[in-house]
Design a protein around this ligand. Structure first.
Ligand code: MSP
Length: 650
């Protein structure tokens, strides 16, 4: 029976704003999945989306749509991105999938019954963008230690997970399995900063978040998103359902590949949860580095200062999926961060793919077609050929060793060392001179056979990494496109096989011209024309409502009589609004657009029958109507003529 290989990416927040950094984890996993398939293993590759939680709930509410209406187009967009990049997953799990929701409830029930989940009061600081809780001492300058953004103090009845109980067992696991977490640098952080310091039980339910999995034993609570999300690795295989045959077959995971910022969840909470469930732990977790721009994590929401082309749709459209995949797999030193620039991207694609690989294939084909019309007879190798043949035979071993260490850049470096060696072989053997001498025809044939054979071997070796060029190369030498690693022996190419001249595999890019064009494109913030992205970014149209539905909203004219900033909340203003005889406290997310001074005296339109809420500890008894221009601009909606406050807006 074939060996199984179960590999997972993290499940993505449906945040939209996809950038090339997002593609990194998934492209690496896809290359690993393809590599193991080519080894003949039975691979299951899982990816998906992490759809519950406060962030989605808030974003949807801001737009006046349901969470589902908010996330569906973003999930479609992400799937399109994976399709464009040829990501061959076996399942795309959504945490809103019914089977996942049921299995999460099963997990909570089981842990509640075993006493590992218990009820208590929660008080802590919550970072909504990271969906993480922090204690006061963990905050850095009062802000989230992970992302540096504002946190809010939250107190509520909650269910807790008995994480503290599992610290000794986790420590033991780390001692016994040095391979469990990689690279090694991340182990020190987890063991010294967290495990050795002791673990605290932590809150795993929310009453304030409605957009989540309701707890089966107390449905006014929803599951904490990280427990919901982490569980996907087993629920996707049917864990906790009537049919768990995939779970029986594939669990434990061979590899959870994750970005370094989420190692803590995967390397501590997740194994503790599995221990509590009595299930085996994953074999390995790998925390990779980030793509940076100007030394900072590439992130569209943080608007990295330097303009670079980071849109994966546009990159694939301009340069092809192979170029994007190649750049990600080759350029970023594995385990570390790597600086991203459009220029480095283009240089890498030009140097390796257009020049080295593209040239080798096109020169080899041109010379074969010119001199033989088909693959020439192999003949007898000369001493001069030994090094190339030996390298072609050794390269798979090097690629395998690198991939066993999850190191795609080294694997590609080994393949491209062979490509370079073959280009050098052309210079050494000077086939264009051999071609002039009829007596050297047999030697010319041998040289060209060797070159064609290296092209074929490189194409097979490149199959995990590139998904277009290898098949084209194989087809152009009349070889089986589906050839696996079993076809790597030197000499496998059939003499006499038809050679079909390929158009350039990777057209050379005029760097100066392209950079100028890209700069213009990025500056204009031109949206990609790609059809597949089409409706994805359009906000979902709201459903039709009746006049009665509209009548349920009470809108009144108000006058802002006082206004101040909400402490520690960059975006919030706290207005005191007079509405007729009544005075209300209202909190609005407009601090980036208006100063408190500007607000005083303004006539505004207030939604007056909204349920009051507390935002960052301040009571908000209504909402000011604002208009957005879709480009980040925002202004208040005010009555066109002066009208006394308290007037109804209809
Ligand atoms: N939803 C959580 C994961 C839950 S898994 C049980 C999450 N999602 S995410 O959308 O924020 O990130 C998805 C992946 O993209 C992570 O591996 C993250 O590290 C990766 N990247 C996002 N930006 C990145 C870079 N700039 N560079 C490299 N990878 C980065 O976290």
């Amino acid at each position: 029976m074939a060996k199984k290989y179960y590999i997972t990416t993290p499940i993505y927040y449906p945040s939209g704003n996809w950038h090339i950094g997002h593609c990194y984890t998934t492209v690496i996993c896809d290359a690993l999945a393809r590599f193991h398939k080519l080894l003949g293993e039975d691979v299951f590759f899982l990816t998906g989306t992490d759809e519950h939680g406060q962030k989605v709930e808030k974003e949807a509410a801001k737009r006046g749509i349901t969470p589902r209406e908010f996330i569906d187009p973003l999930v479609a967009e992400l799937k399109d991105m994976w399709r464009l990049l040829d990501i061959g997953y076996n399942r795309f799990i959504r945490t809103t999938d019914e089977d996942h929701v049921r299995a999460v409830q099963y997990i909570y029930q089981k842990l509640y019954e075993s006493g590992d989940i218990y009820k208590a009061e929660y008080s802590g600081y919550y970072c909504t963008p990271c969906e993480s809780f922090w204690t006061e001492t963990q905050l850095v300058n009062g802000k989230c230690p992970d992302c540096g953004r504002e946190v809010s103090l939250q107190k509520e009845e909650s269910y807790f997970f008995r994480l503290s109980k599992y610290a000794p067992a986790l420590l033991k696991h780390y001692e016994k399995h040095p391979e469990f977490l990689q690279p090694k640098s991340r182990v020190n952080e987890m063991v010294n900063n967290f495990l050795k310091a002791g673990l605290n039980d932590f809150s795993v339910s929310r009453t304030t978040v409605k957009w989540g999995v309701p707890l089966p034993f107390d449905p006014k609570h929803t599951a904490y998103v990280w427990i919901d999300a982490l569980s996907n690795y087993i629920t996707a295989l049917g864990y906790g359902s009537a049919n768990d045959s995939l779970y029986q077959k594939y669990w434990e995971a061979d590899l959870h590949m994750v970005g370094k910022e989420i190692v803590r969840f995967h390397a501590i909470i997740w194994p503790a949860l599995l221990m509590a469930l009595g299930e085996p732990l994953p074999k390995q977790i790998y925390g990779h580095g980030w793509l940076l721009i100007g030394g900072e994590k590439l992130s569209k929401s943080k608007e990295n200062a330097r303009p670079e082309l980071t849109d994966p749709y546009e990159l694939v459209k301009r340069y092809g999926a192979d170029a994007v995949r190649y750049y990600l797999l080759r350029e970023i030193p594995f385990g570390s961060d790597g600086e991203y620039t459009t220029e480095r991207f283009l240089l890498r694609v030009n140097a390796d793919l257009a020049n080295d690989l593209g040239n080798l294939v096109s020169r080899t084909q041109a010379m074969i077609l010119q001199n033989f019309g088909a693959v020439p007879p192999r003949g007898t190798p000369a001493a001069q050929d030994g090094e190339l043949i030996a390298l072609a035979e050794e390269t798979f071993g090097k690629v395998k060793a690198a991939m066993d260490a999850l190191n795609a850049p080294d694997a590609l470096a080994a393949i491209f060392a062979l490509v370079s060696r073959a280009n050098k072989y052309i210079d050494e053997t000077t086939p264009w001179i051999l071609a002039k001498d009829p007596e050297k025809r047999a030697r010319l044939g041998t040289v060209l056979y060797h070159l064609a054979e290296v092209c074929r071997i490189c194409a097979v070796l490149l199959k995990p990494f590139l998904t277009v060029a290898p098949a084209r190369i194989l087809k152009s030498f009349s070889c089986d496109e589906n050839a696996g690693f079993g076809a790597l022996a030197f000499g496998g190419l059939k003499e006499g096989a038809e050679v079909i001249k390929l158009p350039p595999l990777f057209p050379r890019i005029d760097l100066k011209k392209e950079l100028a064009e890209v700069e213009k494109l990025v500056k204009e913030q031109k949206k990609p024309q790609n059809a597949v992205k089409s409706e994805a970014k359009e906000p979902a149209k709201k459903p039709e409502i009746s006049i009665d539905d509209f009548g349920k909203t009470e809108l009144k004219v108000g006058e802002v009589i006082a206004c101040e900033r909400v402490p520690k909340a960059k975006k919030l203003l706290h207005e005191t609004v007079k509405i007729g005889e009544e005075v209300r406290s209202v909190v609005s997310g407009i601090a980036e657009y208006y100063t408190p001074e500007e607000m005083v005296g303004k006539k505004v339109v207030v939604v007056t029958n909204l349920k009051p809420v507390k935002l960052c500890g301040v009571l908000s008894e209504g909402m000011l109507l604002c208009a957005e221009d879709g480009k980040g601009g925002l202004c208040l909606v005010s009555p066109e003529r002066d009208i006394s406050s308290g007037g109804e807006v209809r």
